[in-house]
Design a protein around this ligand. Structure first.
Ligand SMILES: NC(=O)c1ccc[n+]([C@@H]2O[C@H](COP(=O)([O-])OP(=O)(O)OC[C@H]3O[C@@H](n4cnc5c(N)ncnc54)[C@H](O)[C@@H]3O)[C@@H](O)[C@H]2O)c1
Length: 358
């Protein structure tokens, strides 16, 4: 489906904490002619009463005839059902992270979008963040030497979600960042998690992703139960180390010219480790609101008919790692992505049927 010549009309489904931000950035995006808000809370309300400053609908079905594209910012379990409904109506779709809560449902979305010839983008906001792109460039251009490991921390006294645990809520970001920065996908995922306050959902978790093709591990700590707010990714290499601090006002990326140098072969034990201690440099990173960059890219892809830089397969890869994490949590073992990547056609059919009725 091609864009209307006068501009693209977009519905934001789920006008809550995050959907209201989509509404804001889409209203000033180039190439957008109209934005409407859809939320089940708007039932019986007109757009004035809904208080969102745009035309408002209580269901996706009511909004579909009026739009060309749909942004889904509802709780994760509802993503596949809403996404498949929008795709079946020929609409382009941006689905907030995680794309779905199971691999089969995520794959159903990817296959449906391919078959319909519409754009499908996951809301991997950090892959549109200039600082994350800088970190990716440092790794890709071998500025850190050989990368030994990534360390990710996403912690605070966080907002407990009603339908997912802290892994599905927060680790989705770190997995997408790690896949993006390393340019790869993990072979296995292992998790340790605890439920301290919520009776059903883990509120603290540690994940270890093994990027076997690179010999690199990503260690991810996510928590809704932590006294201070931390949003930090560290890449440790053989020549240098770099940190990305999403909360820093300035110097969001810092490159430390520091390394530990192994002893020469035959030299013997640890006492022979030498240290290189050089400058700390903070490269300039221009600021642009990542959500605005992401949503503008979605609109541009629809307008130009070009494939998105971050597409359904990226969303699926993150969901696969998340599903491995859930299995690892239950069975207390490392889980290979291959285990969930296979997905039987029967399981997919069931996921599709479940999603349509979900
Ligand atoms: N990319 C990011 O950085 C980022 C940040 C925060 C949240 N998110 C994602 O955004 C999504 C929403 O999170 P949130 O914190 O805004 O949740 P929220 O609870 O604040 O808002 C969800 C809204 O969806 C509405 N809703 C639920 N089911 C609906 C349906 N079937 N049809 C219409 N409306 C429906 C609810 O009434 C609510 O207003 C989640 O997937 C979350 O993971 C992404």
């Amino acid at each position: 489906m091609r864009a209307q010549p006068e501009g693209i009309r977009v519905a934001v489904v789920g006008v809550g904490h995050w959907g209201s931000r989509h509404l804001r950035v889409l209203r000033s995006a180039t190439g957008v002619s109209a934005v409407v808000g859809v939320d089940e809370r708007f039932s019986g309300a007109d757009s004035q009463q809904a208080g969102v400053g745009v035309a408002a609908y209580a269901s996706l079905e009511e909004a579909l005839p009026h739009v060309d594209a749909v942004v889904i910012a509802t709780p994760p379990a509802s993503h596949p059902g809403l996404g498949l409904t929008a795709i079946a109506a020929g609409k382009h779709v941006l689905v907030e992270k995680p794309l779905a809560t199971t691999t089969d449902a995520a794959r159903a979305l990817v296959e449906a979008a391919d078959a319909a010839g519409v754009v499908l983008m996951p809301g991997h906001t950090f892959e549109h963040n200039a600082a994350v792109r800088k970190l990716r460039d440092l790794v890709r251009d071998c500025q850190l030497g050989r990368v030994f490991y990534l360390d990710c921390a996403r912690l605070n006294l966080g907002l407990y979600q009603s339908d997912v645990n802290v892994i599905l809520d927060l680790a989705a970001h770190d997995i997408s960042i790690a896949n993006f920065v390393l340019g790869s996908r993990p072979a296995t995922v292992e998790v340790w998690g605890s439920r301290y306050v919520h009776p059903e959902h883990e509120d603290v978790a540690y994940l270890r992703l093994d990027y076997a093709d690179l010999g690199v591990r990503a260690n991810i700590h996510v928590s809704w139960l932590y006294p201070t707010k931390v949003r930090r990714i560290t890449a440790v290499g053989s020549k240098r180390m770099a940190t990305y601090d999403d909360l820093a006002d300035a110097e969001r990326i810092r490159v430390f010219d520091r390394s530990a140098i192994p002893p020469d072969e035959g030299d013997g034990p640890l006492s022979h480790i030498a240290y290189h201690l050089g400058d700390v440099v903070s490269p300039f990173v221009p600021f642009a609101e990542p959500l605005a960059v992401q949503d503008q890219h979605f609109i541009d892809c629809i307008g130009n008919g070009s494939p998105p830089a971050v597409d359904g397969s990226n969303g699926l890869a993150v969901v696969q790692a998340l599903e491995c994490a859930q299995i690892s949590l239950r069975e207390q073992r490392p889980v290979a992505l291959a285990e969930v990547a296979r997905g039987s056609p029967a399981a997919r059919g069931a996921a599709l049927a479940g999603a349509r009725h979900g």
